[in-house]
Design a protein around this ligand. Structure first.
Ligand SMILES: [Zn+2]
Length: 426
């Protein structure tokens, strides 16, 4: 049974990723897993997400809010979250089919978070001393492969060349796709483009703040015929709305080594920050500041990546009152590009090097823990969802309300600390 993400190497197949998540079913004492089927991709590959929770019966409330053009929003989680307000974190990768480092990051995070949270929730002593009366709820959804068709093509040719989905963009391409995907036809598909799924969301899909979402079919940044025209983006929409997601993080990767890792907050489009409530902006700024110290480039898309994009998931989720971030992993120096194609047939030895380097720059939560001065964690009282008096030298801290449990103290007996997690407070 595969339980370690690193055993899957640098280019795990979709089946391996699927199996790996399925192996988590029954692996934990306090967390159960729900498989969520989200329909099929353009080429009829199943889209699946995995929800891990300790409160499986807790039904989420369906909210079908229309896309709001007015972004002056607060987030769904109130400043004093009650026990009824469930934090639902959604993590996604591979919306761009060639950014495999995002997938590796997601799996590493999943592995660590699930193990740590399970330990925490299984410890009855923790729960007894919790200041919450009822059992704290935990819910995290992983949607690892948003664009499975492109990922498949990339695995076939090992070139990491396909970014967009595989909607046929011409008669010739349609014929190619209908062939039985011999290596040659896959190769041909690799070098044409279709819809850039991260330009297919309704937020500034067009209009004055839109950018980099070309109308021309078969272009690298084509935004699609209409918002949510693609089955893959409809899957994201379904997941976000039906599961009442409150926190969203998308994992991408930079193109080549020696580019700084990024942490991007809304807006990705040309929309000015004046369209965001000042306190919401301040919150975003505060969170990313620590990452800047760690060597990240942070801010809006324009500030961090130095271009703007319309129709992104980031801006759409934000428009749905969701705390949203994009993380772009740095490419490890041992790889020549984001695909790390030179490691295709090499196993764990090399993949460990890559994972180590990726995780060093990507494990957002742990970086926050290391950076945040202890008294700041204690005094700012910035999160409140689970409250534990931890008997061990463990701490949970959220990156915008996210996890991470790490050793903080060498002498836990003398200093019991109250650490708080899940759900960001203003
Ligand atoms: Zn990307």
């Amino acid at each position: 049974m595969i339980t370690r993400a690193s055993e899957l190497g640098v280019h795990p197949t979709a089946q391996d990723v699927d199996k790996w998540f399925l192996n988590h079913q029954g692996l934990h004492n306090s967390i159960s897993m729900e498989r969520i089927s989200l329909g099929k991709s353009v080429q009829h590959r199943t889209l699946f997400a995995n929800r891990f929770t300790n409160t499986p019966d807790r039904l989420t409330e369906f909210s079908d809010e229309k896309f709001l053009t007015n972004h002056r929003l607060e987030t769904k989680i109130s400043s004093e979250p009650t026990e009824d307000e469930q934090v639902v974190i959604l993590m996604q990768s591979l919306i761009h089919g060639n950014e495999v480092l995002g997938l590796l990051t997601l799996m590493q995070i999943a592995e660590r978070v699930l193990a740590e949270v399970d330990t925490l929730l299984s410890n009855k002593q923790n729960l007894r001393s919790s200041s919450l009366k009822s059992k704290p709820s935990f819910s995290i959804i992983f949607f690892p492969i948003v664009n499975p068709d492109a990922y498949h093509v990339n695995l076939q040719v090992n070139a990491g060349c396909r970014r967009t989905n595989l909607r046929p963009c011409s008669k010739e391409q349609e014929q190619i796709i209908q062939l039985n995907l011999s290596d040659k036809s896959v190769f041909a598909m690799c070098y044409t483009n279709a819809v850039d799924l991260n330009r297919n969301f309704p937020a500034d899909w067009d209009g004055q703040y839109s950018a980099f979402s070309e109308e021309h079919f078969c272009s690298f940044n084509h935004r699609g015929a209409a918002p949510f025209s693609e089955p893959e983006t409809q899957a994201v929409k379904k997941l976000v709305l039906e599961y009442n997601v409150t926190h969203f993080i998308r994992l991408h990767s930079r193109a080549v080594p020696r580019m700084q890792p990024l942490l991007i907050h809304p807006f990705a489009s040309f929309r000015p920050m004046a369209d965001m409530l000042p306190q919401t902006e301040a919150k975003h700024r505060q969170w990313v500041k620590l990452m800047r110290l760690r060597g990240y480039k942070v801010g809006t898309a324009l500030e961090a990546i130095e271009y703007a994009a319309g129709g992104t998931t980031l801006d759409w989720t934000f428009s749905q009152k969701i705390m949203a971030f994009v993380h772009e992993a740095a490419v490890p120096n041992v790889c020549t590009d984001r695909w790390c194609g030179e490691y295709k047939n090499l196993h764990t030895g090399n993949s460990n090097i890559i994972l180590k380097q990726t995780i060093k720059d990507s494990e957002i939560g742990s970086i926050f823990v290391k950076l945040a001065p202890e008294d700041q964690i204690m005094q700012s009282n910035q999160t409140s969802f689970l409250h534990f008096w931890l008997p061990q030298n463990l701490c949970i801290l959220s990156t915008f309300g996210m996890f991470c449990i790490f050793a903080r103290r060498s002498n836990p007996i003398k200093k019991l600390k109250k650490f708080i997690c899940w759900g960001q407070k203003k």
